[in-house]
Design a binder for this molecule. Structure first.
Ligand SMILES: Nc1ncnc2c1ncn2[C@@H]1O[C@H](COP(=O)(O)OP(=O)(O)OP(=O)(O)O)[C@@H](O)[C@H]1O
Length: 494
């Protein structure tokens, strides 16, 4: 600000706000307002403070878990340098726990954490850390409410606490699919402004025993085999996924079994919709419905009339259940581009036995804008529940798919000599973890918690550099000589 104006308006205050700088990337900017009178300045500060305090959706106290070993092992640095300063600016107090071992966050949330004192729980890490938090929080909520987690018939009780994720992992698919970008600052700003997005969770069972929750991808066949192989090659770092992916593609194993599912027949959207919705239901985007109508529609689809179970037997290269789009930087539209985050369904994608060339075409569709499901050997169903039973039933001694891959393979070939090329079982990849059973039942897809993030639905209509009505924080009222000078901005409260 020119020296003359500074003298004319000696009082000032600075407002920080969130700015969209490029597509889904957000940044914090600030603007300084200059006043003639100290009292007027103080009045402005006071009023804006009151407005900010009245915003109940914003978190004030957060519990933060940092995985120091996720991704490129930058979790602590990312938090200290990029996230903590923003939380401080927004007057958010935090309790920070740097995890010391796998499942530290899960067990702490499940048993010790004093959850009542927090407005949300945030993890700094990848999808594995996020899954730990989901397991800790959802398990604790079900236990506190007397829900039997082992029963696939039971619907999950919602958690009151919200969950946030700061991307610091290898793939960060959940962050990408919900925020639209893997950027720690953008995620921190979504958390600060209190954006929240309900999310579906599937509970996975075997013989009426709870195995795990899934929020993104349950994959048998191709994605299970890729994960199982890549786990044995951890020493290769992130390159292991490419290596194992290529190897699994070449082996081209198919698996026989029976898929039974309960179709979600009464909902309006389908997995082949062209439009995208990251806020629960597609009509919000298509017809610009008001939030009220959107909420009514969401509750409508949560209490549906359901038709009977359908059964499909066959030989499958892949069976995938996508509870969200599963978009990631490599597959910007994801495995099921039109999947909704919170409509109580999952998109069940069946890829039947086909030639390698056709399977390659199918995989390449994940990276293109063309319809993923427009192939004769691919079918997709929006379902509320499903089961899978492999053709050759397992005995319990054969179940340790994680560690005994080779032993299992030879055992299977012994037991099933007709099988000369494909093993009888694959593994289930459940959000990046291998399940110990091939026969599974997925309970009702429910929406038990809110994610502190949001993939803005009307993104196309918002101009870059637009000012969001979210004041992040307010600097105190200073005399002009105490604040930093902003040459480019000159705002004067009237
Ligand atoms: N202190 C720790 N030491 C070892 N392992 C940990 C620790 N804290 C968390 N973990 C485990 O590390 C696993 C991987 O972490 P995370 O998901 O953060 O990173 P990633 O696997 O690199 O990323 P992504 O899941 O996005 O590919 C998690 O399953 C978690 O259980």
């Amino acid at each position: 600000m020119p020296q003359k104006s500074t003298e004319a308006y000696p009082y000032a205050f600075t407002v920080s706000y969130v700015e969209r700088v490029w597509q889904h990337r957000w940044r914090c900017s600030d603007v300084t307002f200059h006043c003639l009178e100290g009292a007027l300045c103080q009045q402005w500060v006071q009023t804006i403070r009151e407005q900010l305090t009245a915003l109940t959706s914003r978190p004030k106290h957060l519990l933060v878990y940092i995985n120091p070993y996720g991704g490129k092992q930058q979790g602590e640095r990312i938090y200290e340098q990029k996230v903590a300063p923003l939380f401080t600016l927004a007057s958010i107090s935090t309790d920070v726990i740097v995890t010391e071992h796998a499942n530290h966050a899960r067990d702490h949330l499940r048993t010790e954490a004093e959850l009542k004192q927090y407005d949300g729980v945030v993890c700094v890490g990848g999808d594995g850390m996020f899954s730990e938090m989901v397991h800790g929080l959802v398990s604790r909520t079900q236990r506190d409410n007397g829900v039997d987690q082992n029963s696939p018939e039971e619907k999950l009780v919602p958690c009151t606490l919200r969950i946030g994720i700061i991307p610091a992992g290898s793939t960060d698919c959940i962050c990408y699919a919900t925020v639209g970008i893997n950027d720690p600052v953008t995620s921190a700003l979504h958390i600060i402004v209190g954006d929240a997005q309900p999310m579906d969770v599937c509970s996975v069972h075997h013989n009426n025993t709870f195995l795990r929750y899934s929020v993104s991808l349950l994959g048998y066949g191709f994605y299970g085999d890729v994960l199982a192989d890549s786990e044995r090659k951890r020493w290769m770092g992130p390159a292991r996924y490419d290596f194992s992916g290529f190897k699994t593609f070449l082996t081209h194993h198919y698996y026989e079994g029976t898929v039974s599912f309960l179709p979600a027949t009464d909902i309006l959207g389908t997995p082949r919709d062209k439009t995208r919705c990251r806020a629960g239901y597609v009509l919000l985007y298509k017809c610009n419905l008001s939030n009220n109508i959107h909420n009514q529609l969401c509750s409508l689809v949560l209490y549906p009339h359901v038709w009977g179970w359908r059964v499909i037997r066959g030989k499958f290269l892949a069976i995938n259940a996508a509870s969200m789009s599963c978009a990631c930087p490599r597959s910007p539209k994801g495995l099921s581009p039109a999947a909704h985050l919170a409509d109580g369904t999952t998109d069940l994608i069946l890829v039947r036995q086909c030639s390698r060339f056709n399977f390659l075409r199918h995989l390449l569709r994940h990276t293109s804008k063309y319809d993923q499901f427009d192939m004769t050997f691919v079918e997709v169903h929006r379902v509320r529940r499903f089961r899978f039973t492999p053709r050759y039933c397992q005995s319990d001694s054969e179940l340790d798919l994680r560690e005994n891959g080779k032993r299992l393979f030879s055992q299977i070939c012994r037991d099933h000599p007709a099988c000369s090329c494909s093993p009888a079982y694959s593994s289930w990849n459940c959000d990046g973890e291998i399940l110990p059973h091939a026969a599974i039942e997925v309970g009702y897809v429910t929406t038990p918690y809110n994610l502190l993030c949001k993939y803005t639905v009307h993104s196309e209509s918002i101009q870059t550099h637009s000012l969001f009505p979210h004041f992040v924080t307010l600097q105190p009222c200073y005399k002009m000589d105490k604040i930093k000078t902003h040459q480019s901005t000159h705002n004067t409260p009237s």
